[in-house]
Design a protein around this ligand. Structure first.
Ligand code: ZN
Ligand code: ZN
Length: 696
């Protein structure tokens, strides 16, 4: 709420200034001063020179000269400087007042614009068609509809109700207020309408009402459609997700500008049509940072890491300096696929080019190192970061939690409070996750309650999911179930999924059946849950029930989400699906798998066949387990890296019991450290032991 008494108070110094004498410079000097001002007002330094010239030439009270100076200040966003010079004038005329008001309005200072309007009225000056539009727009900017209506009255009072410029500003003001009805009324009453008025109203329907149909009807009536209104329409379609309509309009535009192409490219990406986006990207004659970032972002979003990296490198060969958005996007891509080499390269690049001063880039680096499994590097960068915000703290806390470093995560949480950074909901997901992975039930409960009582945060579904996970893993299954029943929100798949996971660990068939009932209702697509249930039955030897689940899945068309693992070798990311044979070195990989199997058996390893949920012969089950995607990735890692090199694998699903047990042994037999990041956490395998303590 603006301080309205300021409007009156600001008038005081004017009376004192009135006492000054008015000088007037010769016509020749003022023209030359204004010419110099206009030609040199490119920087604040130029402006200072201009100011000196005004003083030297004795033009301090010349309305024309000062008005031009004020306008230059407005362009450079230096309205305080403009005001300083303005206040030295004893009696500025309407032109100077208007320039001040316009300057404030355009520089996002609507309150100052209104203060100046009030002062202008106070000294007895009549507003004109160059005053009111900016006053009206200012009240729109302040979102004070009662004062806006007052200005609407002003328009009539000063006889400007038929001025196109003034009326357009009224339309804009009502659009800003979200009062599309009034905006439409003013628009309808306009005796003549320019394209600005049309565009403002259409923009109002698009951005304020999200009503593309109304916008389209108006657009079709608009006599001459320029590129600005086309951009509004295409942008609206893209924003509201109707990419086909946007595309249709886009294809009919003869001369497309950069903004339009960028918007359309963003639309294709939003529609997951990266092919169309890239075709447009290639066709574009002009590209800016937005174009490059949109395209790179599109590749990242669809998991095409290789293409994203290639484009990033191409950007540099074309001598374009990536900005923060590019860097952050690339780092996120590295996190997704666990591309540590590329991440490290980006880190060096960031260091070299001084991006690290930016806390957003720094946080992305912390996140990347956490997700690629190098906590030490993440910690180092985190410690170096200045002005850490809550997001930076969250990244490090979550990082520790995911790696099972519960004590460190909670320690950091305390330190964060000590430094008076207010935690948010995300912080508590990290904190509760730390408690879960550390089996800290009492602490978890305390933190959950403190969220509300101490920090005034409302627990969301994620937090309830964490709590169910925490209780369930600790074997408190009934308590977890009661907790779900007492939830004020409708539980989502994460909550029931957590209960199901706990049932699997503790072999509770009854609750598992209850959880699965809800899960199938909530998410018909994901067959992963059914797989877990059948595993629970299999463990209990209830093969009839396993078969029933199979039949149910078949009947409902549910499929288990295929597993997929990726591994980075020499800066290249290799992806493997279950039983994948598409890799160029496939033959060697399967030979290695046989060798792994042989050596595992030699060490007394027996496959944990309960993981294979369908009712098949034991031998076949063993065979199916062999080809889980992470095993393929491990085999490839072993044949393509030197002895002793750590293997880092990212898996889209949870690591199964068998792969977990096998990997532990592999780390011992082959003397390799392995890090597997699965859907929810990190497993660091070393010398036959996993960092998760078999608790995941
Ligand atoms: Zn597996
Ligand atoms: Zn583990």
């Amino acid at each position: 709420m603006p301080e309205w008494h300021q409007l009156g108070m600001a008038c005081a110094p004017l009376c004192l200034l009135r006492l000054g004498r008015k000088f007037s410079s010769t016509e020749a000097t003022r023209t030359s001063v204004v010419a110099t001002l206009k030609s040199s007002s490119k920087s604040p330094h130029d402006l200072k020179k201009g100011h000196a010239l005004i003083i030297k030439s004795g033009s301090r009270c010349d309305d024309f000269v000062v008005g031009n100076f004020v306008a230059s200040c407005g362009v450079l966003g230096l309205m305080d400087y403009a005001q300083e010079v303005f206040e030295e004038m004893p009696e500025p005329n309407g032109f100077v007042w208007n320039t001040m008001i316009r300057g404030f309005q355009r520089n996002g200072r609507p309150l100052d614009a209104l203060v100046f309007f009030r002062r202008m009225r106070y000294v007895g000056l009549q507003p004109d068609r160059f005053t009111l539009p900016f006053v009206v727009r200012s009240s729109g900017g302040l979102l004070e509809s009662w004062c806006g209506k007052g200005f609407h009255g002003c328009v009539f009072k000063f006889g400007l109700e038929f001025d196109v410029f003034v009326q357009s500003s009224l339309v804009e003001m009502y659009v800003e207020f979200g009062d599309i009805g009034m905006a439409r009324q003013v628009f309808n009453e306009m005796p003549e309408r320019d394209s600005v008025a049309w565009t403002i109203l259409i923009g109002g329907y698009v951005n304020r009402c999200c009503d593309m149909n109304a916008a389209r009807r108006l657009f079709d009536q608009m006599p001459e459609k320029d590129i600005v209104v086309m951009n509004v329409m295409i942008g609206g379609y893209v924003k509201l997700g109707d990419v086909d309509a946007a595309n249709e309009m886009f294809s009919k535009v003869a001369t497309k500008d950069l903004l339009m192409c960028n918007t359309m490219m963003g639309g294709y990406v939003k529609n997951w049509d990266v092919g169309a986006a890239y075709r447009l990207f290639v066709e574009m004659t002009e590209r800016d940072m937005v174009s490059w970032n949109t395209m790179i972002g599109g590749f990242i979003q669809t998991g095409r890491f290789k293409e994203a990296t290639e484009l990033f490198h191409r950007m540099q060969t074309e001598n374009l300096r990536p900005n923060d958005v590019t860097i952050v996007g690339m780092l996120r891509a590295c996190s997704q696929v666990g591309a540590l080499d590329m991440g490290k390269w980006l880190h060096a690049y960031v260091d070299r080019n001084r991006y690290l001063v930016n806390v957003v880039v720094g946080t992305s680096l912390v996140d990347m190192y956490c997700k690629c499994g190098v906590l030490e590097c993440a910690e180092q960068i985190f410690d170096q970061l200045h002005d850490k915000d809550v997001t930076a703290w969250n990244a490090m806390i979550t990082g520790f939690a995911m790696h099972g470093k519960s004590v460190k995560a909670l320690e950091l949480f305390r330190q964060m409070q000590h430094e008076r950074i207010q935690p948010n909901e995300v912080t508590f997901v990290g904190v509760l996750c730390a408690c879960t992975h550390g089996g800290l039930v009492d602490e978890g409960k305390q933190y959950f309650h403190s969220m509300v009582s101490e920090f005034g945060l409302t627990p969301q579904l994620e937090h309830y999911g964490c709590m169910v996970d925490l209780l369930g893993r600790a074997g408190l299954l009934e308590e977890a179930y009661d907790f779900i029943k007492g939830m004020p929100l409708a539980p989502h798949t994460g909550v029931w999924g957590a209960l199901l996971g706990a049932c699997k660990i503790h072999g509770n068939i009854e609750l598992a059946e209850c959880a699965i009932k809800h899960l199938i209702e909530l998410d018909k697509e994901d067959g992963g849950y059914c797989a877990i249930l059948s595993n629970i039955y299999a463990k209990a030897g209830r093969w009839d029930d396993v078969a029933k689940v199979r039949a149910l899945m078949k009947e409902r068309g549910i499929e288990k989400k295929p597993g997929c693992s990726s591994i980075e070798v020499d800066g290249k990311v290799h992806e493997f699906g279950v039983g994948d044979k598409t890799h160029p070195r496939s033959e060697e990989i399967y030979t290695m798998l046989k060798e792994i199997s042989r050596r595992l058996t030699m060490h007394g390893y027996v496959a944990r066949t309960s993981e294979v949920f369908f009712d098949v012969e034991e031998e076949e089950k063993e065979h199916a387990l062999c080809f889980h995607s992470e095993k393929l990735a491990i085999a490839f890692g072993l044949i393509s890296t030197k002895k002793g090199v750590m293997l880092r694998i990212v898996k889209n699903l949870r690591v199964c019991d068998d792969c977990h047990a096998a990997t532990k042994l592999i780390s011992k037999i082959f003397e390799r450290d392995l890090i597997i990041r699965d859907r929810s956490r990190f497993h660091h395998f070393r010398q036959g032991i996993c960092s998760c303590g078999d608790y995941w």
